[in-house]
Structure formats: structure tokens, C-alpha cells
Write a protein of this length. Structure first.
Length: 273
């Protein structure tokens, strides 16, 4: 806990020193509620997620943070009985408008899941899959795309001579990096990450976190994590959720060192969760 507070104090000091104009949010919700049948899983959530930053969602199990993450590319639509009220914007687009193209939306805002889920095909075909089905490239151009996005996740040097081996033969960390490469290959704007390090050991986790710092230069990243130390390390903004409510949202340093809501303080200090 002492380490967490030190990191958060450093982040708070950094945010005070770097006063800058606040950009328009990349993702914004207004009075968002979500129901599974009669159960209200999200309660009037208002959140503004900044572009090209890492935003962390924290809270105990079952608090709604993964549900909120899946709202941002409408993955919850795949669950029977889900109902949504309120508005969700990606830039200026209301993504729950009836005319929304879900394929285009999920290309703009892609998901990395808790456990690596590479396709049971070769490394090359995993990364090439998205550009191929979207008609983005073929032949030599496709080869260039695969190389570029394996380089982006630090896999190229290790796998450039193994592109045709089964993706499932890779280590868990390499599989997760491959899944990120596969996502980057379709040129998204937003990376939605649901506990992306939960199945990894501490060394692999550190490598993925280093990768996130590189990726935020070009992408908006929203990460769900149970690991408060991880949230403090990687994010610039953080939200604390409890029982479907976004209790508090703001700069990570502020939230961890001087939370406004006593429920946030109790969670951060380990009194529950």
C-alpha cells in the first residue's frame, strides 16, 4: 500500500506540473444505464475518457467495470436480454444510434480479453486475418502489415522466422502480444483491455505494461484491472466502480491519494473488495 501511495503521489505531482488544455473526450457516456433483464448492472454512468491516454477502471468483482468496457464497442449486444438507456459517444458518433455499423464500430474500438485468445492458425494468419476480411490489403502489402504490427508489440525479432508456426504454441505473454498485434492490424482508434495481464506472471505483466506506455502515443486505451498497483503505474485517469455506479472518476494520482468519496477511500485502503 505504501508503494501504491508513493507512485500515486508522483503521478499527482506530475499532473500538477503539467497543466494543459483539456482535449475533447474520445469516449463519453451520458446518463448510461444497462439492464440484464430486470437487473440494473450500470446506474446512470457519466464518464469522459481522454484521447491517447490510459484510463483504468477499478473496483471489486461484479461492480460493472467489465460491463462498462463492453459498452464502448457494444459487445453487450451479444447477450440476450440486455437493455441500454442513455447515450454513448465515440468522438461525435452516438454508437447506440440505430444506424450504427457494428462492424465499423468494432474496428474502431477493439477488445483484448482477460486470457489470450489467438486463433488456432499460424502467427502470420492471426495478424493478417483482420486486414484480409476487411479488404484492407493483400500480397506484399499484407506481409508489410503483419511485420509492422508484430514490431509494434515487440514480437518481430523473436518470430520473424516462425511466422507459420501455430499461434497456440507461443507462451502466454507472446499470445497476448499477438492478440494485441491482431487488433492493431485493423487500425483501431481505441484499445479496450479487460484484465489483459491477469493470466500472466509478474515479469510478463511488466512487459505488457511497458508495451501499453508505447501504444498510448497512438491509441486511446481503457483497461479494467483488479490490480490497484497496476492502475497506479499505467493510467493517467481512473474510475472507481461499485455496484454498477461510477463512484468517482478523475486523475489517477488524485483518486489514489485524495479521493473525494469515502467509499473510494475505503476500497483503496483495503477495507473491502
Amino acid at each position: 500500500m505504501e508503494e501504491l501511495l508513493i507512485m500515486s503521489q508522483a503521478a499527482l505531482a506530475d499532473s500538477v506540473l503539467k497543466k494543459e488544455e483539456v482535449p475533447a473526450p474520445k469516449i463519453q457516456t451520458k446518463d448510461l444505464a444497462l439492464y440484464y433483464g430486470n437487473f440494473r448492472a450500470l446506474k446512470n454512468v457519466d464518464i469522459s475518457i481522454p484521447p491517447q491516454k490510459i484510463t483504468a477502471l477499478i473496483g471489486p468483482s461484479g461492480c460493472g467495470k467489465s460491463t462498462l468496457l463492453r459498452v464502448f464497442n457494444r459487445m453487450n449486444d451479444l447477450i440476450r436480454g440486455v437493455r441500454i438507456s442513455g447515450q454513448v459517444f465515440l468522438d461525435d458518433q452516438d454508437i447506440y444510434h440505430p444506424d450504427t455499423d457494428l462492424i465499423a464500430l468494432r474496428k474502431r474500438a477493439g477488445m483484448v480479453f482477460q486470457r489470450p485468445n489467438p486463433f488456432p492458425i499460424s502467427v502470420f494468419k492471426n495478424v493478417a486475418y483482420g486486414p484480409s476480411i476487411h479488404g484492407m490489403a493483400s500480397g506484399r502489402e499484407l506481409e508489410s502489415i503483419v511485420e509492422r504490427h508484430l514490431r509494434a508489440t515487440g514480437l518481430w525479432d523473436d518470430l520473424k522466422d516462425k511466422l507459420h508456426i501455430p499461434a497456440l504454441s507461443l507462451s502466454p505473454e507472446q499470445q497476448q502480444r499477438l492478440c494485441i498485434s491482431r487488433l492493431l492490424a485493423v487500425e483501431p482508434e481505441v484499445l479496450l483491455m479487460d484484465e489483459p495481464c491477469s493470466a500472466l506472471d509478474p515479469i510478463a505483466t511488466a512487459r505488457i505494461e511497458d508495451l501499453l506506455f508505447e501504444l498510448k502515443k497512438d491509441y486511446t486505451i481503457v483497461i479494467v484491472t483488479h490490480n490497484m498497483q497496476q492502475a497506479a503505474r499505467v493510467s493517467s485517469s481512473a474510475g472507481f466502480m461499485l455496484l454498477g455506479e461510477l463512484v468517482e472518476f478523475g486523475k489517477t494520482g488524485q483518486l489514489f491519494t485524495n479521493p473525494i468519496d469515502p467509499r473510494t477511500h475505503d476500497y483503496i485502503t483495503g477495507r473491502f473488495g
